[in-house]
Design a protein around this ligand. Structure first.
Ligand code: FAD
Length: 454
């Protein structure tokens, strides 16, 4: 019998439009292996919400594989060591994977390539990161020209169907039991809101896409309104690779209508990967070094108030509570809440990034870092620090009354007019942690001080 090959899975937990599976199945028997994330440095090990998602996604993938005569093998440890154990048990010499761009995954790919014939495939992005270049062959730093160049190469190839069967190896290697990984919260079980909101796995991703495709042409008008479901909510599915961006692209484009704004958001996803490919430590270092001199405040109690949704700014609090309950927050509100932390509270963006990393079901190294650095003004392509968002005006402008009512029940009785900025905070709801004008002046002063080193 031909020796089996391994499909090494990471953030690509799908069978449809999954080139690593397609290539491996064409060669002979296939051993699908997922290795838990000991390759990532401690700081970037998956957060709690992502682990909850991962458990369910792996469970669904295993069930889908079994329908095709296969199964999922689970291992812990460094990827190259775990895969070497599989080789000892089965004789597998070739590894197929989809290329990843997080710095620790790139290192892991190098380590695996030393021991195996490693075949890396593209397929998690619209175009392979690093391949969209300026006329002089340089990577883009700024989103708009990047997107223009990427658009010229679109549409992506049509998605490839999932293989009907996957040839099994003669012997299956040992596998850990998913339940033993302890990915689910037990004491306390904080995942009730996530169970109510999400169906992790490939089938759940397809259902979300179908529902969204029908209303995609209204995305441009509704995407900034947190009170309506105007966006796709595909982010965790895309992050875990339960659906390919090409599948999303074609499902939406086939519906017709004005879907350009939505496709541009998929472009932001690609852009973020290009940024971390150029700046692997983007998640931990200011891209603009001048900001290393900004005097962030160390304000633990205020950070906790922000995390718990108790700042006295209803739109910020609603967002932070939505995040805690469901593992997701509306993009407009993410921008407002992030800006509030960085500018109103003058707390280092990396504190916010860390909190999002732990609590988002779509926590993604590239997308999270790019968006935090954009908000903080520290990134290669960023909003200016001195442009300070006014949360109360944003809340009114984007009609967030119903959203606030849903997530901040202490304010539910207030009128649409008063709810954005209650004149007297009702019992149980905190007064504003700092006034807007005062916060704005403090942030601008810190920024000016940063520009003039002693
Ligand atoms: P849609 O509006 O339906 O967009 C479709 C897809 O495009 C999304 O699923 C996502 O993959 C991509 N996308 C949309 N907006 C952006 C963006 N600004 N940057 C990069 N990709 C985008 N997104 C993450 O997936 N993971 C993160 O860790 C993350 N952290 C963020 C942190 C901050 C401070 C901010 C402001 C934004 C962050 N985002 C992150 C981007 C964005 O908020 C989410 O992708 C979006 O809200 C997901 O909802 P959706 O699937 O309904 O998006």
């Amino acid at each position: 019998m031909t020796s089996p090959s391994i499909v090494w899975l990471r953030r690509d937990l799908r069978l449809e439009d999954q080139p690593a599976f397609a290539a491996a199945a064409a060669q002979g028997p296939v051993i699908p292996v997922y290795v838990l994330d000991d390759d990532a440095p401690r700081q970037w090990r998956m957060g709690g919400a992502s682990r909850w998602w991962l458990h369910h996604s792996l469970e669904r993938l295993d069930a889908d594989l079994r329908l095709r005569g296969s199964r999922l093998i689970l291992k812990r440890g460094k990827a190259h060591e775990a895969l070497a154990a599989v080789r000892r048990e089965t004789g597998a010499r070739t590894v197929h994977c989809i290329r990843h761009y997080e710095p620790w995954w790139r290192n892991a790919e190098r380590a695996v390539a030393k021991q195996f014939e490693l075949q890396c495939h593209d397929g998690n992005f619209l175009a392979p990161p690093g391949s969209v270049l300026t006329g002089s062959g340089q990577p883009y730093k700024i989103y708009t020209p990047f997107w223009r160049a990427l658009s010229e190469r679109m549409p992506p190839a049509r998605p490839v169907k999932a293989p009907a069967t996957l040839p099994a190896p003669e012997f299956w290697p040992d596998s850990d039991r998913l339940e033993d990984w302890g990915l689910l919260p037990i004491k306390p079980d904080w995942a009730g809101g996530m169970r109510a909101e999400w169906v992790p796995g490939e089938a759940g991703a397809r259902t979300r896409l179908r529902e969204f495709a029908d209303r995609a042409s209204r995305y441009g008008q509704r995407r900034n309104l947190p009170s309506v479901e105007g966006t796709s909510k595909l982010s965790p599915h895309l992050h875990f690779g339960e659906i390919s961006p090409a599948t999303v692209w074609h499902a939406v484009a086939d519906e017709g209508g004005s879907v350009g704004t939505f496709l541009g958001e998929l472009g932001w996803r690609d852009y973020a990967q290009n940024v971390i490919l150029q700046y692997p430590d983007y998640g931990s270092r200011n891209a603009r070094e001048a900001y290393d001199r900004l005097e962030w405040r160390h304000a633990k109690r205020e950070l906790a108030a922000w995390q718990q949704g108790r700042t006295g700014y209803p739109i910020v609090d609603a967002g932070m509570r939505e995040l805690w309950a469901t593992g997701w927050m509306h993009n407009r509100v993410r921008m407002i809440a992030a800006s509030f932390l960085v500018k109103h509270l003058l707390i280092d963006w990396r504190e916010g990034e860390r909190w999002f990393w732990d609590t988002l079901v779509d926590a993604d190294y590239g997308q999270n870092a790019v968006n935090w650095q954009w908000t903080a003004g520290t990134g290669v392509d960023s909003n200016m620090f001195v442009r300070i968002m006014a949360p109360l005006t944003q809340s009114q402008k984007f009609d967030a009354a119903a959203y606030i009512r849903q997530w901040v029940p202490e304010l539910a009785h207030l009128s649409d007019e008063d709810i954005h900025d209650p004149k007297v905070p009702p019992k149980g709801y905190p007064a504003k942690i700092i006034g807007h004008a005062e916060a704005r002046a403090r942030a601008l002063a810190a920024h000016s001080a940063m520009k003039t080193p002693e």
